[in-house]
Design a protein around this ligand. Sequence first.
Ligand SMILES: CC(=O)[C@@H](O)[C@H](O)COP(=O)(O)O
Length: 269
Amino acid sequence: MASLPVTTSAAPTDSDSWTVAGRTFSSRLIVGTGKYKDLEQNAAAVAASGAEIVTVAVRRVNLTDPKAPKLTDYIDPKVTTFLPNTAGCFTAEAAIRTLRLAREAGDWKLVKLEVLAEAKTLYPDMIETVRATELLTKEGFEVMVYCTDDPIMARRCEDAGAVAIMPLGAPIGSGLGVQNPVTIRLIVEGAKVPVLVDAGVGTASDAAFAMELGCDGVLMNTAIAEAKDPILMARAMKAAVESGRLAYRAGRMPKRMYADPSSPLAGLI
Ligand SMILES: CC(=O)[C@@H](O)[C@H](O)COP(=O)(O)O
């Protein structure tokens, strides 16, 4: 009797890490630390997400009251990279002041810059953002930059010294998902530094889609923190980012205008 071909379901193991400013990470998901019920839930969501980097809004950090709970009591900065961000800053000067404070408080050099233009859209003010990127880079910061989904502005940020480009998928906190896949792909194609979709992710398929466009990673906060079950959503996001990345690396099939039989008859015996 002819023996059957041997099949195996064992998944190949491979390392698919990414590097920003000389630091290498395996997880391509970065999560925020706002909007959670409490710090305990926040820490549990971070653990479930597998994230190795968390963003911390410097303006919200408790630096003065030693009795109040601190994020570092729940998430160990020796294990997880803290990425101070300038959430709530509307000018380059305010952002620079905030990050200097972060450097004094925690010796943080790798930072996330966001300079917002207005409260309604929370869109970045790109003129102030590029100016702040240049000044902060000159001061020795390694700046990951929140920016519009505009390939020209993304290039300006990179020219100003950004170590990562982080175009918005949709307005912060909107959960609308990636609105401009064409421009995100153009940013990915043109960038020499990592590109991460930042803001606007609403659910797992949004994160997978961003990764399928070729992004190096995704940064999110609200989609996990405001889910009915944040821990379960954190797990979903981890899986989505990983599978989106695998699909990108695998290379999707071409889209066709017409049907193509899945079981071709030619060559059958
Ligand atoms: C956490 C952080 O850095 C936010 O400023 C970020 O832009 C997240 O946006 P979402 O809450 O829409 O995920």
